[in-house]
Design a protein around this ligand. Structure first.
Ligand code: UT7
Length: 335
């Protein structure tokens, strides 16, 4: 049995910065409300035609591969997490295989929204542990901006989300005291409809139904979130799944060197920080400048923390996520 370790990290965000004031020009919102409730000051939106979920993922992956020192020819598998694929099908994994010029390796798409990257990391980790693959490329990328309701009707959701991508190369580690120590995955489909984009769906309304209806009040193809309900569950599940990871490895809260929480809302991160008694330098947040980039938020934040020298060899790093599904997950990593 092997372990897997992160050998390369990269992220990419579009250049186009959208501030809270920019949003307040098109919808009835304001900087004060957004900052007070979420901590978000600005986010990035793609310029349509310039970037897609796949192209951003490829840019982040290119950096991660270069930093890993792993040759492109030696990437054995791709796992791509997103809720915003370029096409309904096929998923972006195969587009990455094509656009990066990888061998005809397997490419798997993960649909677990905010927990997507941790789920993807967990999948990659299992393949490496068993010895099936040596190097796996894991990507989280999202274009949220083109699918949001940018009217006052959608303000409770649209001000929160942003676009971006992050990637990691996972490679075989012979020393089983290092690398990914464990991952912990959960779901509770009972609350699937509390954070959802309902349409188009084969089981409900397809594109033709939406076009036929021509209903201006139809919100089914925009994200819906029961914000307070999601918030209440998030704070409980984050804490649970972090504790689960610590206990599985006989670690204590004091052993955490760096916590990278999914960047949903600064208030959630602060609640968790306080609950665990962590210092500011033990938690990395960037939701203030990128908003919630769903599956991309953890790899972007992880890359940024690493680039800033906040993660050193031997550190215990904890990743934790919660989101639509509901799904929640954690990963405990010995750097
Ligand atoms: O990443 C996946 C996981 N997601 C999360 O974890 C998100 C969890 N939820 C949240 O972060 C918060 O619930 C939100 C930030 C989404 C919303 O904050 P809230 O404190 O729960 O606000 P609310 O939805 O209860 O709305 C409060 C008021 C409402 O007005 P009334 O009914 O009190 O008059 C809204 O209409 O704020 C109003 N409102 C806004 N006002 C200005 C909602 N959105 C906006 C806005 N600007 N953008």
């Amino acid at each position: 049995m092997y372990h897997s370790k992160i050998t390369g990290l990269g992220y990419y965000v579009p250049d186009h910065v959208v501030t809270n004031d920019d949003l307040s020009k098109i919808i009835d919102t304001n900087d004060e409300w957004i900052q007070e409730r979420t901590g978000i000051q600005e986010r990035r939106h793609i310029i349509p035609g310039q970037d897609t979920t796949t192209s951003m993922g490829v840019k982040a992956a290119t950096i991660a591969i270069e930093r890993s020192g792993v040759a492109k020819e030696d990437i054995d598998f791709v796992v791509f997490a997103t809720l915003s694929p370029d096409y309904y099908f096929p998923g972006p994994g195969v587009l990455v295989q094509r656009d990066l010029g990888l061998r005809t390796v397997g490419a798997l798409d993960v649909r677990n929204q905010c927990s997507g990257f941790v789920y993807a990391l967990s999948v990659a980790d299992q393949y490496i542990k068993t010895g099936m693959y040596k190097n796996v490329l894991v990507i989280g990328s999202e274009v949220q901006s083109t699918g949001l309701d940018m009217t006052t009707r959608g303000r409770g959701v649209s001000v929160i989300f942003g676009d971006g991508a992050g990637a990691a190369v996972l490679s075989r580690e012979e020393d089983v005291t290092k690398g990914i120590l464990s991952t912990h995955l959960h779901s509770e489909g009972l609350h699937a409809e509390e954070l959802i984009v309902k349409a188009p769906g084969m089981g409900g309304r397809w594109v033709t139904d939406i076009l036929e209806d021509k209903n201006p009040d139809d919100e089914s193809y925009f994200p819906y979130m029961n914000g307070q309900f999601v918030f209440k569950h998030a704070v409980v599940r984050f804490a649970e799944v972090i504790n689960e990871g610590l206990e599985a490895n006989n670690l204590k809260v004091d052993d955490i060197d760096m916590l990278i929480p999914h960047q949903a809302n600064l208030r959630i991160s602060q609640f968790i920080q306080k609950k665990f008694g962590l210092k500011d330098e033990q938690v990395h947040n960037n939701v203030m400048k990128f908003g919630n980039t769903t599956a991309a938020s953890i790899p972007i934040a992880l890359t940024e923390a690493w680039e800033q020298g906040k993660i050193k060899s031997g550190d215990t790093v904890v990743l934790a996520a919660f989101g639509s599904g509901f799904t929640w997950a954690s990963a405990i990593i010995k750097w």
